[in-house]
Each structure stands twice: as C-alpha cells, then as structure tokens.
Design a protein around this ligand. Structure first.
Ligand SMILES: C[S@@+](CC[C@H](N)C(=O)[O-])C[C@H]1O[C@@H](n2cnc3c(N)ncnc32)[C@H](O)[C@@H]1O
Length: 354
C-alpha cells in the first residue's frame, strides 16, 4: 500500500518530507475505480508517538485502501525526521465499513506495553469524493511550466511548457517549494548549453525528468526512485507526455545500478531528496557527473545548505546559484575541472566510478 504524496512512510524516515496535519491526504484516491467514486468512505485514524507508528500502520494496513503517516502539530519544516516521541497520526481511508473490534484487537496485540491507542472511525458518508478530489487538484503554473493532471479536460493554455503529471501516491505534483525550485533551476539552465544525458535521482512522479525532456528535446533521461509506486507513476506520466524511450525509469536506491553506470557520465543530475541522503550520496553524484556538468539539488532547508555544500565541495562541486522558497533551498552546482599539477591536461575531480 502506498502513502499519499507528501506523507512519510516511517520505513524510510529520512527520505521523504513529512506532511503536516493540515494537508489531509486524499491524494491517493484518484487511483481507485471511477465506478466506486460515489461509494461510502470511512476514515480510520490512530494517534501515537512516532516510535509506534510503524506498528499501527501494520495493523491498519489490511483494513484500508490508502494510508498516510503524518506529523500532528503544525510544527516547523525542521521536523523532517521525527523523533521517537513526535506525535503522529496514522490514518487510512476505506470504502468498506471497517470492523472496529478486529482493528482494536490488532492494536492491543501490537502494543508491547501500556494501553492500546484510541481508534477513531469516521463515516464520511456517500460523497462523490473523486470529483471533490479532482477539483482540489487544479492545473498549476510554475514559471514557464503549466502542470496539469490527466483529469483536466480543457486544452492547456498556449505558449507554455506543458507537463501532464498525475501524482497519486508519488511525490511531485509541482506544488511543493522544492519541486518548484528545481523547475526554476532547470528553466534557467535551459538558457545555456544543451544537456544530452540527464539523471533525475529521486524522481517521484518523474516531473523533473519530464521537464528536462521538454527543455532539451534531444536529451536522454534516466529517472530513479527507490519507491516502486513512484517508478510506476513515472512510467505512466512518461506515456502521458509522449516522451517514449528517451526516458528510462529505474527502480533503485541511489546511483549504483548497472544501467546508470553504463548510461553515465551525465551532464546534468537533478536530485530533490533530503539533506542527509544528499550528503551521503555526494561522492556517488560526483562519480556520475561529467566534468563541467551541472547538479541541481533540493530537499534541503536553508540552514542545511552549509552541510550539503561542504559535502559536495569535497568531491569537486562548486556552487553556481541558489534559490530560497518557503525556507527550502535549491542549489545549482558545477562539477569543476582542475588543472593537473603538470599543467597540461584537464581532469575531473572525484569522477571515479565505484
Ligand atoms: C521529495 S521527493 C521528489 C520528487 C520529485 N523529484 C520532485 O522534485 O517533486 C523525493 C523522492 O526521492 C525518492 N528517494 C528517496 N531516497 C532515495 C534513494 N536513496 N534513491 C532513490 N530514490 C530515493 C523518494 O521515494 C521520493 O519519491
């Protein structure tokens, strides 16, 4: 079962931004069937400290069709990696009436100590939630890009770079500041030289790879994600945008997949993940980036910039530009070429494949 976009699966706590409670997560629902769009809908929710969220998730899983784990407080964006005591809500939605007794028994069995947490079941009644959900995903404009879901009928406005992106459980609708920051950096890069081999690390819906495909029509693209649902969504969005075989979705964690080693070095890598994985993956990024290539990084908060820059400087990448939106930072880095001591030839720094 997949978590809605912007929600954190606690099995990968350091890799996905955590949704705030205010963003009630119905975004997985467009994947349910059209015919069932006006069926009943129940919300099943349990509030627990983060340490217990995975256990509760496992209990609720078989009883719901879509599930999310979200931080409860309005908290600041710094709560990206919840501590064990951070209050979380594990919530799911189902079209079948949930069996309270069975779920409560499951919760009681899952607790190693203390009383089982309170189970809330809300009947959301017969609503055309598909129509409601679609209405809550209007087309959005980010710089030169016009991003629209496949549910929108009217033709897109002329003169814009159109991206047809469905998100469902994957991250990357275009509305998040980190995605918008990357799109702006890509548009800026498109004013310069052409990119031929582009890698999107942590592709989500594939939105950044698709944007690159539009900006550089001759480029080949590789879009990597460690989440199988995201890779499937990228493949679907590839079809919707008629990008074809120019874009290769890859289900993998990080850079060390034979396909990527064979496809590289890339002249552009874009990675919108989070600060910690960006830092950890800096040597691999440098190893796959061609000399003179560019990297667009996002998913880091402004106060995390120093650490991310330092990790990349160490492997030969220097800052070229940055953009701050809503406390998030997007960086443009260049892979420098260094003169050899004898001063004759150029060589890349940190560009040895593992
Ligand atoms: C914040 S989302 C970015 C999605 C999209 N690129 C965007 O800009 O909107 C990060 C994505 O990276 C993926 N991810 C996290 N760690 C990863 C790793 N080590 N290797 C590959 N993908 C990873 C997550 O599954 C998620 O889809």
């Amino acid at each position: 079962m997949s978590s809605p976009s912007m929600a954190a699966s606690l099995t990968l706590p350091s890799t996905k931004p955590v949704a705030k409670r205010s963003s009630i997560a119905l975004s997985a629902i467009p994947e349910m069937s059209e015919s069932a769009s006006s069926a009943g809908l129940w919300r099943v929710a349990v509030e627990v400290p983060a340490a217990l969220a995975a256990a509760v998730e496992a209990v609720l899983g078989p009883h719901v069709e879509t599930m999310a784990v979200m931080e409860i407080s309005g908290g600041t964006a710094t709560a990206l990696a919840p501590s064990a005591t951070t209050p979380m809500v594990v919530e799911g939605f189902t079209q079948r009436q949930p069996d309270r007794l069975v779920i409560e028994a499951g919760l009681a069995g899952a607790m190693t100590s203390g009383a089982p947490p309170v189970l809330r079941i809300e009947d959301h009644g017969e609503r055309d939630w598909l129509a409601e959900n679609r209405a809550s995903f209007p087309a959005i404009d980010v710089g030169r890009f016009h991003i629209r879901g496949s549910h929108l009928g009217a033709p897109p406005p002329p003169g814009r770079t159109v991206l047809r992106v469905d998100a469902a459980a994957a991250f990357g609708s275009g509305s998040h500041a980190t995605t918008a920051g990357c799109l702006a950096m890509l548009a800026r890069l498109a004013l310069g030289r052409r990119r031929r081999r582009v890698l999107d690390m942590g592709t989500g819906t594939g939105i950044l790879a698709l944007a690159a495909a539009r900006l550089w029509p001759a480029a080949r693209l590789w879009a990597v994600d460690n989440d199988a649902d995201a890779v499937a969504m990228t493949a679907r969005n590839r079809r919707r945008n008629a990008v074809g075989r120019r874009l290769t979705p890859v289900h993998w964690a990080g850079y060390r997949h034979p396909v990527l080693v064979g496809a590289g070095p890339f002249d552009l890598i874009v990675a919108n993940i989070l600060a910690r994985p960006l830092i950890d993956m800096a040597p691999d990024l440098a190893a796959h980036l061609a000399p003179g290539g560019r990297a667009v990084l996002s998913g880091l908060l402004v106060h995390q910039e120093r650490g991310v820059l330092l990790a990349h400087r160490r492997v030969g990448l220097v800052p070229v530009a940055r953009r701050h939106v809503d406390g998030w930072s997007t960086l443009l880095l260049a892979h420098v070429k260094k003169r050899r001591p004898e001063g004759r030839r150029w060589k890349s720094v940190g560009n040895n494949l593992p």
